[in-house]
Write a protein that binds this ligand. Structure first.
Ligand SMILES: [Zn+2]
Ligand SMILES: [Zn+2]
Length: 287
């Protein structure tokens, strides 16, 4: 059975609606993976709101059974959750996965974004049955093997690899290339090799590519890759498709087009022929 990937939010850090972001979109991360009626959701940034409306329509307002994979609890990856309307249906069941956070459990941190001082409705008012699952070792969801890897990002952040039969998808955001942050020593190179092994041969790699060389002068150590790091990772791991993702909020649509052209040029120079594009809100891919 084929797997459909739909991008509902592709922007990093903060939502940026407006005329210069209308083509690629201004919502923060949310990616839907679908196999038939089985629903895998990566992150609950502001893009999850529109996904919720789409699901209400598709399932005629009926209950949902969904697995939600949260990379980490930085705002841009969770701030859409209170607006995910299917979670207010008492018959819905949702499992929310992530790693233990810094200084507190994931569930506690995730719930606290809906504390009274931040939001008028508490998470307990979301009537769906929510189960928080701490990811520890490779596991299976609906028969699909799922692997995890800690990324190089301030705090705790998890990448996910979904090994659907015939369609492997890696969701790797937010992540900074180890060598770019450190140096060319064997230690940092070895860390990058672990990341490449995690991505090896994937049919689709959705990868943080927030910065360009210029941004990186100021933002080294902030936990994000340059687009060239994403291209190098895709090349090193022989993936079939690379989706540049978690776009810098100041990057206009035209600037993203330019980034894609430069990234494709780099891939050509490396004599690599994988498909390369910038993820766009509303885009669908079938594997
Ligand atoms: Zn982010
Ligand atoms: Zn982050």
């Amino acid at each position: 059975m084929s797997v459909q990937i739909r991008f509902w939010g592709v922007r990093g850090s903060i939502p940026v609606p407006g005329p210069t972001t209308v083509r690629y979109g201004g919502n923060t991360p949310c990616v839907e993976l679908r196999r038939g009626s089985e629903l895998f959701i990566c992150d609950s940034g502001t893009g999850i709101r529109e996904l919720g409306f789409r699901l209400l329509k598709e399932f005629s307002g009926g209950p949902l059974d969904a697995d939600v994979f949260v990379t980490h609890t930085h705002w841009d990856h969770i701030q859409g959750w209170p607006f995910f309307i299917p979670a207010y249906n008492p018959k819905s069941r949702m499992r929310i996965y992530s790693a233990h956070g810094v200084g507190a459990g994931f569930e506690q941190i995730f719930r606290s974004q809906m504390a009274h001082n931040f939001f008028p409705v508490e998470i307990n008012d979301m009537a769906a049955k929510l189960e928080f699952v701490r990811v520890e070792k490779p596991f299976q969801v609906k028969g699909v093997p799922v692997q995890t890897l800690f990324t190089n990002h301030p705090g705790v952040d998890v990448a996910y690899r979904f090994n659907f039969p015939g369609a492997s998808v890696v969701y790797l955001t937010d992540h900074e290339c180890h060598r770019a942050q450190g140096d060319d020593s064997d230690f940092y190179a070895g860390q990058d090799k672990l990341v490449a092994a995690f991505c090896q041969g994937a049919d689709l790699l959705i990868c943080d590519s927030q910065y360009d060389d210029n941004d990186y002068k100021m933002k080294r150590g902030w936990g994000h890759s340059r687009w060239r790091d994403a291209v190098e990772l895709a090349a090193a791991s022989d993936v079939k498709r690379l989706a540049l993702f978690h776009h810098e909020p100041t990057r206009s649509d035209d600037a993203i087009d330019k980034m894609v052209a430069q990234a494709q040029e780099l891939a050509r120079e490396m004599k690599k022929s994988f498909e390369l594009f910038a993820a766009r809100e509303g885009q669908e891919i079938v594997l």
